[in-house]
Design a protein around this ligand. Structure first.
Ligand code: MN
Length: 136
């Protein structure tokens, strides 16, 4: 997403939308440990406003949220001119057959399955935003 003038070396920012406290802590701690900046919310309905405010380089979207579904939140993000270019990676629960297909059909750019496998997860994040830009 263009739209601000951060230098290419600035730390990458990742918006995490996840309502489960343990999953949120894991995702946030791992990303911060690898030098990414994180913005967090447990509400799908907050995603567009946060993305407009913080210009994240990537959004991680839990599909099961308490207020609106993750896919509804993705639809809002992809409908909004200021957020539609930001890649969204769905975070899906292991064993939810068809969720990956639904995520991609619903506008997500990729998906990762819970429980999170760290190496795979970090490779996926790097594929979308490059390395963190901060300390490794
Ligand atoms: Mn959830």
């Amino acid at each position: 997403m263009q739209g601000d003038d951060r230098p290419p070396s600035a730390p990458k920012r990742i918006l995490i939308v996840e309502d489960n406290a343990l999953n949120m802590k894991l995702l946030r701690d791992v990303l911060q440990a690898y030098g990414y900046r994180t913005i967090t919310t447990g509400q799908g309905g907050a995603a567009v406003a946060l993305a407009c405010d913080h210009h994240p380089d990537l959004i991680l979207m839990d599909l099961q949220l308490p207020d609106i579904s993750g896919l509804d939140a993705v639809r809002q993000l992809k409908d909004h001119p200021r957020t539609r270019a930001i890649p969204v990676v769905a975070v899906t629960a292991f064993g939810m057959i068809g969720d990956e297909r639904k995520a991609l059909a619903g506008g997500c750019d990729g998906y990762v399955t819970k429980p999170i496998m760290l190496r795979e997860f970090l490779e996926l994040v790097e594929r979308f935003v490059g390395s963190a830009g901060g300390l490794r």
